[in-house]
Design a protein. Structure first.
Lengths: 217, 220, 217, 220
């Protein structure tokens, strides 16, 4: 599997049967494809739907779309609502878990993923509400960028999407929990070593008593 | 497919405890699931704090629980049609907290929506303002009304699927969708249970994702 | 006509075609029966309906009720909603006019109609929101109480429902506008005199340049 | 029966003026009445402030108005799928005000509901907090977000009666019902006009009492 697939598969293990989950655009959406047998989650799409199914190919059906504007199928228990209700669910703590990508994430659980001043300003969309209101916030990212620099840093430099809001960081190399004392390394991929993970991580890592391994295939 | 939330009235009773704060949907008992009120009555739990638009009637809706002495505190906007409330209040046996109807709706919604409160002009200069922060925005004053929550919400849908997606016909909607957002546990009574797929997703008024238990009831 | 009918008929003249109107329980509800030919208003019921028709006799239909809990008919353009939306309409200034009864009303436009400490505490229901948010607030009352005491007083003594919120007071004897300078007598009934109205009014009255007459039959 | 609100596209254009603030429903153009956007385009009005969830696409939805240089300020939560926004911003030809999506919804709703503002935890400690009051309630901090209003709202319903009671199917609802509450004048585009009585009163998502003009449109 490639890095994205490894991450999606590992994140899928965090989700529990029946949970209400919001998956961001891109890699997070892939998580739904790796849910273990017997685990079904309820997907929320912040544009106004619960019970979202899969992307629909072919002709655009404007009546049922995801937050990226693509047509999706709906499940039998689906229900739709307006944006105020959608974010009542999100801000009000009714979403059990959100998975989102990021530009930066640091050892305090800060996330920055909505703008690079002077370069790129896509906007926060629903992300600021999601990281504020979801019971569990999982950030997914490759462990390093194209130039080999760590994506898991000591302190975010870009404008923040959320302050100390991230609970868990999952990369293709490691699973790290944000704790009051710092970033705790819980698991590493089965094709790496603790030493390699530490070397590729700018943030300080606290080692869990037992560090587990997760599958890369 | 998520598991069916269909539950028996007997199992619903097991959720009830003394001293609970319970939100109950309905407006002058329309939209109140009468059979679930009966179950609370039979359970005998006491010292309850009830949140409802009104006080119902002495023999109908939440009024039955008041008449039966199970209620310590009632939070409502209007109790004029239930003389038992005044009688118990004057006897010191019931605490009544009056809240303007629109404020009650916003306070419940605020809890459900994760807001720290809302600023409303309603009640400025009246007893309602007492003990509350007044905040000025662009030269106008508003009362800061805080979120209101409950341990349990008892709501009604005219029909619903087993996931808990409910539809309220007509004026039975009232506080039901708001209360479903604001309580730790939500029980919905409904007159018709359908399979998932048999409720129009665009017409749902109470969302299944908020509902923990579904009880099939009959009209009283 | 009796006092209530006279009042209802006069108030009906204040309503304009197409307005969204909320009529309180009791006398205010009667206003709908006296609308002049060609004038149709849209009735809101705060329990969650627009397009309310008349009271329905016979079997109780719990699906369509008014704020008093009575079954009502619905008009073809009716629509229903929850309590938060209902009071968004009310507080948000979408209701053109509300007509409500009162225990006390004074020359400053203060209204007290929801409790008598130690005696009667029915509660404000939607009244506090209605007097705050409606574009026009009309208070209806008999001019005097059973003992002949004026109901139009200098200063309310009971706990207020709203502060300086009333725009117009209509009794079976007079139509009075609340102005920044005080209560202005605009019209009197065709069976009374300005002197009688002044004598029966505790509040100070400013006389309009031309005082009109309204019908009592 | 209240008068029909049915209006022609030409009459709709007469409502448009330079410098207007316009709320436009839709989420990535789903739920945006494309034909009414075209009418704004044809009218040539300029210096507009637009409020929308996003920036649409360069050739679809409100993006067309941005591409055509008619927009001075855009208030939105996300513009990542319209590169023209970034281009115009960097050239100093467009002001962009980013608002978290849930906050945008609440601000519009707050205006429509007559609230002086709402307290939200969203955006605390970020750029969003800048210049705003922070209010503490029971030991927790919240940003006071003020109501947001507009001169005109352009909304969409899948079908509607001539009184303006509209129903949104599926995810076309999004900001449409909220914007209809918050603008001085509300114009609704719909794909199917029905007689009153032919829309289920319990399924209405945009209420006719808020709608000033109804325009029959076809899918783009």
């Amino acid at each position: 599997m490639d890095a994205k697939q490894i991450i999606a598969k590992r994140v899928a293990l965090e989700l529990k049967d029946g949970q209400l989950v919001n998956l961001g655009i891109g890699l997070p959406t892939m998580v739904a494809d790796y849910l273990p047998e017997g685990i079904e989650v309820v997907l929320q799409s912040e544009n106004g739907m619960i019970g979202m199914g899969h992307l629909v190919d072919g002709e655009h059906n404007r009546n049922f779309t995801n937050a990226g504007g693509h047509s999706v199928s709906i499940l039998p228990y689906a229900a739709c609502f307006d944006s105020a209700f959608s974010f009542s669910l999100i801000r009000g703590g009714h979403v059990d878990c959100t998975v989102l990508g990021t530009l930066e994430v640091d050892q305090h659980g800060n996330i920055a993923n909505y703008m690079i001043p002077g370069k790129m300003v896509p906007g926060m969309g629903g992300a600021m509400d999601l990281v504020t209101g979801s019971k569990k916030v999982i950030v997914v990212t490759t462990h390093t960028d194209k130039n080999g620099n760590s994506k898991i840093i000591k302190q975010c430099k870009l404008p923040l999407t959320g302050v100390e809001c991230c609970d868990l960081i999952v990369t293709e190399l490691a699973v790290m929990e944000v704790t009051p004392k710092g970033l705790k390394l819980l698991e590493i991929a089965d094709n790496t070593t603790v030493e390699e993970v530490i070397a590729k991580t700018e943030a300080s890592l606290i080692l869990a008593d037992t560090i587990g391994k997760f599958s890369t295939n | 497919m998520p598991k069916s939330k269909l539950t028996s009235i007997e199992d619903f009773k097991k959720l009830l405890k003394d001293d609970m704060t319970i939100m109950i949907g309905g407006f002058m008992t329309d939209g109140t699931p009468e059979q679930l009120i009966d179950a609370v009555l039979e359970s005998g739990v006491k010292n309850l704090t009830l949140i409802n638009n009104d006080g119902g009637y002495p023999e109908r809706g939440i009024g039955k629980l008041i008449s039966n002495g199970q209620v310590k505190t009632l939070i409502a906007s209007h109790v004029g049609l239930n003389p038992t409330v005044a009688k118990l209040m004057n006897a010191g046996a019931l605490e009544l907290i009056l809240v303007p109807q629109g404020t009650l709706a916003e306070q419940i919604r605020a809890k459900g929506a994760g807001l720290g409160g809302v600023l409303t002009p309603t009640g400025l200069g009246t007893l309602v303002q007492e003990g509350k922060q007044v905040i000025e925005v662009d030269g106008k004053k508003y009362i800061l009304e805080k979120p209101m929550k409950a341990d349990l919400a008892i709501v009604e849908a005219t029909y619903a699927d087993t996931f808990g997606n409910g539809v309220n016909i007509g004026t039975t909607r009232n506080f039901n969708p708001l209360m479903a957002l604001a309580a730790d546990v939500v029980v919905m009574g409904t007159y018709e249970v359908r399979e998932p797929g048999k409720v129009d997703p665009s017409s749902v008024t109470i969302h299944g994702v908020l509902v923990d238990y579904l009880v099939e009831i009959v009209e009283a």
